[in-house]
Ligand binder design. Sequence first.
Ligand code: ATP
Ligand code: MG
Length: 277
Amino acid sequence: MTLEFRNLTKRYGAVTAINDVSMRFEAGKIHAIIGPNGAGKSTLVNLATGSYELTSGEIYLDGQAIHRLQKYQISLAGIARTFQNIRLFDRMQVIENIEVCLFPAEARQVWRDLVWPASARQRRETRLAYCMTLLEQFGLERQAFDEAASLSYGRQRMLEIVRALARRPRVLLLDEPAAGLNEAESAELRERLKALRRPDLAIIVIEHDMDLVMSISDHVYVLQNGALLFDGTPDEVQASQDVQQAYLGTENELESIRQLAQRRKSVRRLRHQAGTA
Ligand SMILES: Nc1ncnc2c1ncn2[C@@H]1O[C@H](COP(=O)(O)OP(=O)(O)OP(=O)(O)O)[C@@H](O)[C@H]1O
Ligand SMILES: [Mg+2]
């Protein structure tokens, strides 16, 4: 299974957010897309999932063109995402946040359920058991029946990932999953993402957290001003002069970028807590 971006360009009026970008993602691997703020990372996610229309270029999933499909068709084809800003159903239970994602696939069963309520009950049990195994993968099983809004910020981020996994996607796009997480939560996320690696799933992580990126990725793409600056293994990216000059800077600058990222994380966390208090 492969997802391919071929010469993608996206303009918003006079702004060229993505400029002739080609990338390739393979099942069984974890890929990262890094780059400074405004580099175009989220735009790429929105193009891949059909939220934004391409200005030009093509996207292929397993050789099939998907760039002209509707958003829901792309989702049915097996591409799932999380958002840079959490978007859960706050007033629903944790487990219901997962369960609702399964309904469209079962819509044709509605009539059968009316005629055979026992079979409907049994299918609900199967569905809930499935949701529970997903929640277990991210350590959320004990909070399954709590309201989603009652979870801590870090747990909500994990729930977003579980929800994206509900329909067994072939491609999982995570837009800054570590944003706002503290160090322990980031370390937990790292282990959970590593455990998600499997032969039928391509994982794409957009992140500013360099420690996370470099420790889990097989392949890293570096975006700058909407264009592909470099791609390679984490070691190659860290060794690249281009990347160091254009993005990471010198070793000292690297440290200051880390500190900046850390401060940004704390600010986001405070903002989020203020918003949900
Ligand atoms: N809906 C939009 N309308 C107009 N311009 C947009 C829109 N979305 C993004 N842009 C612009 O496109 C460029 C890329 O933005 P994008 O959000 O993709 O960057 P990013 O790499 O995800 O940044 P960050 O790290 O801050 O999340 C920016 O210049 C941004 O202002
Ligand atoms: Mg973004």
